[in-house]
Ligand binder design. Structure first.
Ligand SMILES: NC(=O)c1ccc[n+]([C@@H]2O[C@H](COP(=O)([O-])OP(=O)(O)OC[C@H]3O[C@@H](n4cnc5c(N)ncnc54)[C@H](O)[C@@H]3O)[C@@H](O)[C@H]2O)c1
Length: 307
């Protein structure tokens, strides 16, 4: 039976408190929602709380936010390693856990068992379409993709897309929430892995990796060309280091799992970096090397240290 959705969203649960989940939780709290940020790792919750406090304090120091708004938002934001209590009162859930289908299906099944019938279960996945998760629940009409961009506090675009069973009400609630968070929702008419912006970005990345692997130009030269000729704020390698090389790698694998097209497999450079645990800024090394202060340094183009 279709569930009426006139209930306004008041309480939001964000599942996963890593790079994306922590900022999505802060964004929701700043917009006036009562928010719980959940993670399976207590460490991840502690890191998220510390990171957000620093980030928001910096915003206040730079005059971008009022201290009173930040205090009020932090007062509305709880960090918890227990899922069920927050799920049982949530009007809207945004899942931002690891980019793995089995992990997300388990989370959706558990949320479905606990969250109120009217609650929307949205995934922030970069590549997994929500119809792959909807079947893990008994409410496929309340499941959709709500895809934020990194850093979620800053980037204005939110892609929204439903699967074949998603109800118009669910889409309307999700688009409405994106607007209430101060974002610019981009509504897709049908599902496709990677959605719109990342598919375009991927085409650029694939070409950048091709040029690198063919020895046509260095990481730095390719990034410079994208910035200075195409007006990109950041080159493709700088951006991969910022978002996390593993995220792009897993997105590629997920896309390949759906398409079976060998061209969708991660390139040999991405695979090598992931195998070495060189995931970009978060590990201090990726296509570039980062010092203690986060300053970027070029890695040698040849030899064992090359990306
Ligand atoms: N990083 C990006 O630029 C970006 C952008 C848009 C969307 N996304 C998507 O957002 C999601 C999260 O990405 P991220 O970059 O924040 O990853 P991340 O690795 O920084 O954080 C993931 C968090 O999920 C937690 N987690 C793992 N299993 C869990 C479970 N069963 N329940 C609850 N928490 C669990 C981990 O402990 C970790 O803290 C992914 O689906 C990714 O595709 C990422």
């Amino acid at each position: 039976m279709a569930v009426p959705t006139t209930d306004p969203v008041r309480r939001i649960l964000v599942v996963g408190s890593g790079t994306m989940g922590s900022q999505i939780a802060a964004l929701c709290a700043l917009a006036g929602y009562v928010v719980t940020a959940f993670d399976v790792e207590q460490d991840a919750l502690d890191r998220a709380a510390g990171r957000l406090r620093d980030l928001l304090a910096r915003d206040v120091a730079k005059g971008r936010r009022q201290q009173s708004d930040v205090d009020a938002a932090l007062g509305r934001l709880a960090f918890s390693a227990e899922l069920d209590p927050a799920a049982s009162t949530a009007d809207f859930v945004i899942e931002a856990a690891a980019e793995k289908l089995d992990v997300k299906r388990d989370i959706f099944a558990r949320l479905d068992a606990t969250a109120p019938a009217h609650a929307v279960l949205a995934t922030n996945s970069s590549a997994i379409v929500s119809s792959q998760l909807a079947g893990a629940t008994a409410r496929p009409d309340r499941v959709c993709n709500m895809h934020f961009f990194n850093p979620a506090l800053v980037m204005r675009c939110v892609e929204v897309v439903g699967g074949p069973q998603t109800s118009p009400d669910t889409i309307a609630t999700t688009v409405g929430l994106a607007r209430a968070l101060g974002k610019e929702p981009v509504l897709l008419a049908k599902e496709i892995p990677g959605f719109v912006a990342n598919r375009i970005l991927n085409a650029v990345r694939d070409e950048a990796l091709f040029l690198l692997e063919e020895g046509v130009a260095s990481v730095e030269a390719i990034d410079t060309a994208c910035r200075t000729a195409l007006g990109y704020p950041m080159g493709p390698f700088e951006l991969m280091d910022l978002t996390g090389i593993d995220i792009g790698y897993h997105a590629k694998l997920a896309r390949h799992a759906v398409s079976g097209d060998p061209r969708d497999l991660p390139s040999r450079t991405l695979t090598r970096l992931v195998e070495r645990g060189e995931l970009g800024r978060k590990t201090g090394t990726g296509f570039y090397r980062y010092d203690e202060e986060g300053r970027r340094h070029t890695r040698p183009a040849h030899g064992t240290d090359a990306p």
